[in-house]
Design a protein around this ligand. Structure first.
Ligand SMILES: *Cc1c(COP(=O)(O)O)cnc(C)c1O
Length: 398
């Protein structure tokens, strides 16, 4: 008989009762070091006082009012993003896929408003991930996610990642914009070449297209900057953010330049929960932490320390791990063994990680970790690799 919860996930047989910082406590009585952060989402770790208090206090006042009224928490949060980023205006919603839907709608509508209703197509990339709605599995373009769901939604063209010539060749009179992740997260923690991102900006300017960055996974401090594109020194016209934005509270945002944002006139787009008082209280609390003096320096210091340790791990266990890749605290270990096996072996050692595409083991710890947590994770990864190596040696011996 089917389980009461629909069977659409492969869950490890472990549940967590509570957490503190980068640690989660299992109902098996063990403690686990969380280097997955709920898929790059629990950016402040677990049991964070400031975040938990902000949510509890807001919940006691008012949880939801709808967008029929002003929401001061949302006005404040939007103004803070505008002050801290390329954006002129912000739309709040509830998930990464929903933010990307809003981003694509805003690009199409802005082209239409500019006198180009024929410009509806978006150039996307092989290895991308943009979410699970019907339109976003089409934007993702991965056959595995499309299978069985009928004809893909029209309007998305795919070209190889990091290949500017392919992008320029794919631009037609119907192209409205480009959507790219500055680091492909699900696709295998593959960073875009900074020159490639600069080339996309130039192509958009040349052909009158809008440049969209999907920073659902790379944004909100994960890369060591508020947004990962800042490392390349280019600005998008529109950007989607989610995952870490609420520190684990469900929330997302579309940030845009005025030319794109102004296309979303009253009645053109909306969402019932988006930008509610509770989510925005969480969002403001997260920003209090990541915009505080020195926090991003700490993230970059920790990221460099972790990366150096991972390079040593790869050198010591080259039979298991062959490469470190990524940016900031979004890092990947390319595996020789199946990455799902490596993930399960790490879990058995007490370390939570997340598998990604291209046979990569992804590490996306809470941004609040320090060197001590890195040392602990590196030791657990070393143990994991040793046991794998032993298991393999055993297999060979038999
Ligand atoms: C996770 C993710 C999404 C989808 O976010 P959901 O909240 O699951 O809808 C979209 N884009 C990227 C880059 C992601 O990592």
């Amino acid at each position: 008989m089917i389980s009461a919860l629909m069977p659409n996930y492969n869950r490890a047989n472990i549940a967590f009762t509570h957490g503190q910082g980068a640690w989660l406590f299992g109902d098996d009585g063990r403690q686990y070091l969380d280097f997955g952060a709920g898929i790059a989402t629990s950016s402040l770790g677990h049991g964070h006082k400031h975040l938990a208090t902000a949510i509890a206090e807001q919940a006691a006042k008012v949880i939801h009012v709808s967008n029929l009224y002003r929401v001061p928490q949302a006005e404040r949060l939007a103004a803070r993003y505008v002050a801290a980023s390329f954006a002129d205006s912000v739309f709040f919603c509830n998930s990464g896929a929903e933010a990307n839907e809003g981003l694509v709608k805003a690009i199409r509508k802005a082209q239409s408003d500019a006198g180009h209703p024929e410009r509806t197509r978006i150039i996307c990339f092989e290895g991308a991930f943009h979410g699970r709605t019907l339109a976003m599995i089409s934007a993702t373009g991965n056959a595995k996610y499309l299978a069985g769901f009928g004809k893909p939604v029209e309007g998305f063209d795919h070209v190889p990642f990091n290949n500017l010539n392919a992008v320029r060749a794919a631009i037609t009179a119907e192209t409205a914009g480009i959507l790219v992740e500055p680091v492909q997260g699900e696709g295998g923690v593959r960073p875009a070449d900074p020159d490639f991102l600069r080339g996309l900006r130039a192509a958009c300017d040349e052909f009158g297209l809008f440049l969209g960055f999907d920073e659902v996974q790379t944004g909100m401090g994960r890369s060591g900057r508020l947004f990962a594109h800042e490392w390349a020194g280019v600005e998008p016209d529109v950007l989607s953010s989610a995952k870490g934005i609420g520190g684990g509270f469900p929330m997302a945002a579309v940030l845009a330049k005025e030319q794109v944002a102004k296309a979303l006139v009253p009645g053109s787009h909306g969402t019932t929960y988006g930008g509610g008082p509770l989510a925005c209280a969480a969002g403001n609390a997260v920003l209090d932490v990541i915009l505080a003096d020195g926090f991003m320096d700490q993230v970059n210091d920790t990221a460099a320390y972790l990366r150096a340790g991972l390079e040593r791990l790869v050198a010591e266990h080259s039979g298991i791990f062959t490469e470190v890749r990524g940016l900031g605290l979004l890092l990947g270990l390319k595996c020789t063994v199946p990455n799902g096996d490596a993930q399960a072996a790490a879990l058995a050692e007490g370390l939570l990680t997340v598998a990604a595409g291209d046979n990569v083991l992804r590490l996306a710890p809470p941004l609040i970790i320090g060197r001590a947590e890195c040392d602990a994770a590196l030791e657990l990864l070393g143990n994991t690799a040793s046991k794998r190596a032993l298991a393999q040696a055993e297999t060979v011996a038999k």
